[in-house]
Write a protein of this length. Structure first.
Lengths: 299, 272
């Protein structure tokens, strides 16, 4: 039982990291209907700048602030140079454009900071600690970094939830997500809203990048983490912030449990494909995901 | 038109609108909306009413349409290159055809989005929210329902209320009667004329339902195939024989048998 719980907790905590990446996708998709293939590249890009600043001797907090500034500038440039020329084009054109952006970011980030694996050590704990010993009569080992990541993700989601539901800009973002034209007609400037949402996604990307970077080191493979976010989105629904979280947890826990318990039966390496199989089953039976947009239709 | 001494609030001179660089939709439309007036823009489906409205509010570009000729003056200034949000700040708000509420926002949130361009603090905006509720008491009851779930009439009220939150001096109201019961149409138009009198908001109303529109408007324009074919004050339009027959659905007085109407179609005089 204790072993099961340990695997489950480990899985859930990894899942949080998937959620963080998925969150960036959801934000942009909700506000602009664009599936941002570059989200993974943005995670890498942000992490590269962050770790780059730190390696230059800039204090951690200042590095974070500088990187946030870089991500905001990036959002501005993406809106200016790419999206504004593609207003009202087919969704597939926009999607293709984001693929282009993702290649650019991958290349540009590595041109500036090099392609070596960089260690990101900002004092986040790396050890496993013992948890719940007395309750279950057996020890459970949990990775401390994962716990920190979970707390950070939780805080981020809470902040985003308040931002979306209580602030004027959050309300405008939801309005734009609902109906572009109507939003324009009441005077909400689409272009600045899109810039804001890309900037927010960039900042979420930075948080994801720091967490993943601390776990795996900052390297090119970070941008591939985004591929794991796809099944998370399919499970949770493309338009739902809570969906991204729950989807991430399910994928994280599911793949760890499958690896441990199914692995011996049908052969290992389940962890690599489990998420995609789960996504395929969802596509067959519940294509809108668990929390996908309820389509309101008046009759 | 007749009184030249006061410049109209909105003045459209001979505009031409082309979609996708090839489809000519408006072929020279001119109209005036005087300060404090209600002007009806009448016409059948596809006549160009909505295109005219969107040309004014500058929502055309989003549909790959463009004003290629003519000018649109608001308070004497050319506005056709201003973005929609700048135009809203200046006081021109469009209420789009088909209401276009934000379905996943509550009624109150919908109204608040209308105040997006305003810089004042919450108190002033709350006052205006109360003002909107006083004109549309039903919205106060439904304030926390999702706009997607309220009735069509209530959605129309949300759309107009949302426009009011921007403190406009001109509202472009596109087809407010669409899909509503006659009683509700009267109610909506009643509120429009109340807003016009009490808050001095001018209206340009595009309508297919010419009978109702002419009853509440001061003046009207009839649009056919992208051209203004007739204009005048509301009274003279509603007494015009052609308008009566083609837009108000009343004949010359005598009842005609169905067989006659099938063979007999009077030509519109303006086409002659």
């Amino acid at each position: 039982m204790a072993f099961f719980l340990e695997v489950l907790t480990g899985g859930l905590l990894t899942g949080v990291l998937y959620s963080l990446v998925a969150l960036g996708f959801v934000l942009i998709f909700k506000a602009s209907g664009v599936f941002n293939f570059a989200q993974g590249a943005m995670v890498l890009f942000a992490a590269l700048f962050f770790v780059g600043f730190i390696d230059l001797g800039v204090p951690v907090v200042l590095s974070a602030i500088l990187t946030i500034a870089v991500m905001i500038l990036l959002a501005y440039l993406i809106e200016r140079l790419v999206l504004s020329h593609l207003v009202n084009q087919e969704a597939i054109s926009l999607f293709m454009a984001t693929i282009g952006i993702s290649y650019f970011l991958d290349g540009f980030g590595q041109t500036i900071w090099g392609s070596d694996i960089r260690r990101l050590d900002i004092g986040l704990p790396q050890d496993a600690f013992v948890f719940g010993a007395s309750v279950l009569g057996d020890d459970i080992f949990v990775n401390e970094l994962d716990v920190v990541a979970a707390v950070v993700a939780g805080a981020l989601v809470a902040v985003l939830a308040v931002f979306f539901s209580k602030t004027k800009i959050g309300r405008a973002l939801r309005a734009v997500a609902d109906d572009h034209q109507a939003a324009m007609s009441v005077g909400i400037p689409l272009r600045s809203i899109w810039m804001i949402v890309w900037a927010v996604a960039g900042i979420v990307g930075l948080v994801a990048g720091i967490m993943w970077g601390a776990k795996l080191g900052v390297q090119f493979s970070l941008s591939l983490v985004a591929l794991k976010a796809l099944p998370v989105l399919i499970l949770g629904g493309f338009t739902s912030v809570p969906g991204a979280i729950v989807g991430g947890l399910m994928i994280g826990a599911g793949e760890k449990l499958a690896e441990v318990y199914l692995g011996p039966v049908i052969g290992g390496a389940i962890e690599d494909w489990f998420a995609y199989m789960l996504a395929m089953i969802f596509l067959l039976f519940r294509p809108q995901g668990l929390f996908g947009e309820k389509i309101i239709e008046r009759i | 038109m007749s009184d030249v001494e006061t410049a109209p609030l909105l003045q459209i001179n001979n505009i031409e609108v082309i979609y996708d660089h090839v489809i000519l939709v408006l072929k020279g439309v001119s109209l005036d909306v005087p300060e404090g007036g209600i002007v009806a823009l009448l016409g059948a489906n596809g006549a160009g009413k909505t295109t005219t409205m969107k040309a004014i509010s500058n929502l055309l570009k989003a549909e790959r349409g463009d004003v290629t000729k003519g000018s649109i003056l608001f308070r004497g200034e050319e506005v056709h290159n201003l973005s929609p949000d700048v135009l809203v700040k200046r006081g021109v708000v469009q209420v789009m055809e088909g209401r276009h509420c934000f379905e996943h926002l509550t009624v109150e949130e919908n109204l608040l989005t209308g105040a997006y361009t305003r810089k004042e603090g919450g108190r002033k905006i709350n006052q205006d929210l109360e003002m909107v509720y006083s004109y549309f008491p039903r919205l106060r009851e439904r304030r926390s329902s999702l706009a997607g779930y309220v009735s069509g009439g209530e959605q129309q009220m949300v759309a107009i209320g949302r426009a009011l939150m921007a403190q406009p001096s001109l509202i472009l109201l596109d087809e407010p009667s669409m899909g509503l019961a006659p009683q509700l149409v009267e109610e909506i138009f009643g509120i429009v004329s109340k807003l016009n009198k009490e808050r001095n908001v001018s209206f340009l109303v595009a309508e297919q339902n010419a009978a109702v529109a002419l009853r509440y408007a001061d003046a009207g324009y009839i649009l056919e195939n992208g051209r203004v074919v007739m204009e005048g004050d509301a009274k003279s339009l509603s007494e015009n024989e052609d308008v009566k027959e083609f837009y108000l659905g009343v004949g010359s007085g005598d009842r005609v048998s169905f067989r006659d109407t099938k063979h007999y179609r009077r030509r519109k005089r303006w086409l002659a």
